[in-house]
Ligand binder design. Structure first.
Ligand code: PEP
Length: 258
C-alpha cells in the first residue's frame, strides 16, 4: 500500500431499510470501537440505499462516529426534469463522502456505458464527492486473457477529461464480474495483476506521483477468511465488499484484516 490509506467500503446494494441500516451501523461501530480500530490506517465506509442515507448520516453525526458514508449511484446531471434521479448536490448535503460510479450491476441492468460512467465521475467531483470508479471484466474476457486490456480501457474512458488532482483522489475498484456475489474470489495474484496494471496506466496517462496517490481496491466475494492474502498485494489498497458487508462481525473482520 506504500503509504496509501486503506479503504474498506461496504456496498449494501438494494438491502436494508433505514431501521436495519441504523442497526447495522450501530453494531459495526461498536465492534470496531471494542477492538480499538485504527481508522487513520484503515478508513471504513458504508454505502446504503438512497432511502437509508439520511438515517445513517444522523447516527454518524449524532454519535460522532468515525465511519464515512456514501451512495451507490449518482445522476450525471445536477438538477431538473429527470424523474427518479438523485443529484450529487443532494448527496453532498447528506454528508456523503463517496459515491460508486459504474458498478457492474449498473452497467449490466441499466445499460451504463463508459460515457455515462465518465459523466457520473465528473458529476461527483462537481459536488465534492469522491468517486469509487468500478471496473472489471466478465468471464468471457477473462477466458480470452484480455482482463488487463479490457479493464484498463474502462479506466481510461472513465477518467477522460479529469484534472490530474482529481485522478489522484479517485478510488478505482477492480471488480472482476465473475467474482461478484458468486463466492468465486480472484486469487491474490489475479487481483495484483490488474490493480498494478491500472496503476501503471494512470502513471502513463498522468505521472508517477498521481499513480502513487490513487487508491485501487479489489472487490468480488471478499470475506474475512480471504482478505489477508488480497491485502498482502502491493497494489491493492482496500476492498469493495458486497454480501459480507451486511454482516457487522464479518465486515469488521475484513476491516481488521491485519
Ligand atoms: C460488489 O458488488 O461490489 C461486490 C464486491 O459484491 P460481493 O462482495 O458480494 O461479491
Amino acid at each position: 500500500q506504500a503509504g496509501r490509506r486503506v479503504l474498506m467500503a461496504g456496498n449494501w446494494k438494494m438491502n436494508l431499510d433505514h431501521r436495519e441500516a441504523v442497526h447495522l451501523v450501530q453494531k459495526l461501530t461498536w465492534i470496531l470501537q471494542d477492538k480499538k480500530h485504527d481508522y487513520e490506517r484503515v478508513e471504513v465506509a458504508v454505502l446504503p440505499a438512497f432511502t437509508s442515507i439520511r438515517s445513517v448520516q444522523t447516527l454518524i453525526d449524532g454519535d460522532k462516529l468515525r465511519l464515512r458514508h456514501g451512495a451507490q449511484d449518482i445522476s450525471q446531471r445536477d438538477s431538473g426534469t429527470y424523474t427518479g434521479e438523485v443529484s450529487g448536490g443532494m448527496l453532498a448535503k447528506l454528508g456523503c463522502a463517496y459515491v460508486l460510479a459504474g458498478h457492474s450491476e449498473r452497467r449490466q441492468y441499466h445499460d451504463e456505458d463508459d460515457q455515462v460512467v465518465n459523466a457520473k465521475v465528473q458529476a461527483a467531483f462537481r459536488h465534492g464527492l469522491t468517486p469509487i470508479l468500478c471496473v472489471g471484466e466478465g468471464l468471457d474476457v477473462r477466458r480470452e486473457g484480455r482482463q488487463v486490456e479490457h479493464t484498463v480501457g474502462q479506466v481510461r474512458a472513465a477518467l477522460e477529461g479529469l484534472k490530474a488532482e482529481q485522478v489522484a483522489e479517485t478510488v478505482i475498484a477492480y471488480e472482476p464480474i465473475w467474482a461478484i456475489g458468486t463466492g468465486e474470489v480472484a486469487t491474490p495474484a489475479d487481483a495484483q495483476e490488474v490493480c498494478a496494471a491500472i496503476r501503471a496506466a494512470v502513471a502513463e496517462a498522468y505521472d508517477a506521483d498521481i499513480a502513487a496517490a490513487v487508491r485501487v481496491l479489489y472487490g468480488g466475494s471478499v470475506k474475512s477468511s480471504n482478505v489477508t492474502g488480497i491485502m498482502a498485494q502491493d497494489d491493492v489498497d482496500g476492498c469493495l465488499v458486497g454480501g459480507a458487508s451486511l454482516d457487522p462481525e464479518e465486515f469488521a473482520g475484513i476491516c481488521r484484516y491485519h
